[in-house]
Design a protein around this ligand. Structure first.
Ligand code: PMP
Length: 400
């Protein structure tokens, strides 16, 4: 049989997608699954956003777009960065992609050579490491421990930088922990990066609007303008505006990097869906007040889940200030046996047995690089969360 490329060795379907697929298969068999594994808002895309896509289609926006994004969406992104982040990018310093995911992949493909190092504060979203590995780069993890609220300790970052470091990746609010980066941490990180001019910085701000307890969001190029020429500020409409299926992400960054990324993008796609770009303009330029209402609702769900999980002996859970995930330790459950006889040695055993026995889908922390934890997404209704927490409790209480 003809062979496959070596670059895919060790690259598997992401654990959260695998868990979602497994849960869907069980659902198709007629089981009532409680799905707490998917990283997407349960809210609908707002009506005015959907209307904009219809209108664009009727007005003939159905031809190939410019590969770097429509001028109108790039201008809306330019306004967004200025309004919300005090960042001023020229239009040729902005790129639109098929989701933040493609933006990040473009950046890696455009810059990484085999043997380069990418510093990844861990636990982290799965795709950073796999994207870097596809490019032949090595991952250098910097653990952000639960005892430090999953924050990135500046000293630990400093110790990880070598002459081969090409990128530092920042993602706060964080997937999978929900951790945020307080201003004092961000300033200390910025100081370290000022001393390391050979390193690019990618900040993935996709959870910017999902922030709680009156915390405020800041991004690194905003607080340290001297770094702006090395920072790629990545964002998208998926999480903030409940638009995961529309596939629109964007970034601002230095002109030479954006140009290289655009070159990369031009070889893999002829631009981004025109109707989705029209919809993204409506999202970015339209009313923003409902984002606060949604954040309030997420906060209520977070509090509910945290309280329930911390009431289960064997589980502990810190209170994150952002995103829509909690990262609960299952250390107290390891070495025990479930009612159906599964021996729980790892967090992967835990989530597998939980799905099989209680039909609750979560994701193992091992997939994000820090065990033994489980990631629970609370981007779902309080009723579903109540049922999910009850089943988790039954599962844990039955461990012997
Ligand atoms: N970054 C992070 C941290 C994410 O969690 C996700 C979605 N799971 C993405 C990027 C991808 O976003 P998009 O839908 O814009 O590709």
């Amino acid at each position: 049989m003809p062979g496959l490329a070596d670059r895919l060795n060790g690259i598997a379907i992401s654990a959260s997608a695998a868990m979602t697929d497994k849960a869907s298969a069980l659902k198709a068999e007629g089981h009532k699954i409680i799905s707490l594994s998917a990283g997407e808002p349960d809210f609908p895309t707002p009506d005015h956003v959907i209307d904009a896509a219809f209108e664009a289609a009727r007005n003939g926006a159905t031809k190939y777009p410019p590969q770097d994004g429509t001028p109108a969406l790039k201008a809306a992104v330019q306004r967004k960065f200025a309004r919300e982040n005090s960042l001023h990018y020229a239009l040729d310093e902005i790129l639109i992609g098929n989701g933040a995911k493609q933006i990040i992949y473009n950046a890696m493909m455009a810059t990484l050579n085999p043997g380069d190092e990418v510093i990844l504060p861990t636990p982290s979203w799965i795709s950073y490491a796999d994207g870097a590995r596809i490019c032949g780069a090595n991952i250098v993890t910097v653990v952000c421990p639960a005892e430090n609220e999953f924050r990135l300790a500046p000293e630990a970052l400093s110790a990880a930088i070598t002459p081969r470091t090409k990128w530092l990746i920042l993602n706060f609010p964080n997937n999978p922990t929900g951790a945020c980066c307080p201003e004092e941490d961000l300033r200390a990180i910025a100081d370290i990066m000022l001393q390391n001019p050979h390193v690019w910085i990618l900040t993935d701000d996709i959870y910017e609007h999902l922030i709680y307890d009156n915390a405020t969001f800041q991004t690194i190029a905003q607080i340290e303008p001297r770094l702006k020429e090395r920072v790629l500020t990545v964002n998208g409409v998926s999480k903030s505006y409940a638009m995961t299926g529309w596939r629109v992400g964007y970034c601002g960054g230095p002109r030479n990097l954006i140009s290289a990324m655009n070159n990369m993008q031009g070889q893999t796609t002829s631009g981004i869906n025109t109707l989705a770009q029209a919809a993204a303009i409506a999202a970015l330029d339209g009313p923003q007040d409902y984002l606060l209402d949604r954040a309030k609702e997420y906060q209520q769900r977070r509090d509910f889940v945290i309280e329930r999980l911390n009431g289960i002996p064997g589980m502990t859970c810190h209170t994150p200030q952002g995103a829509f995930y909690v990262y609960a330790s299952v250390a107290g459950c390891l070495g025990r046996t479930s009612r159906a006889g599964h021996h729980i040695k790892t967090d992967t055993d835990f989530v597998t047995a939980l799905l099989e026995e209680k039909l609750v889908a979560t994701v193992q922390g091992t997939a994000y690089g820090l065990a033994p934890f489980i990631r629970i997404s609370y981007a779902t209704s309080l009723e579903v969360l109540a049922e999910g927490c009850e089943r988790i409790k039954d599962f844990v209480l039955a461990l012997t």
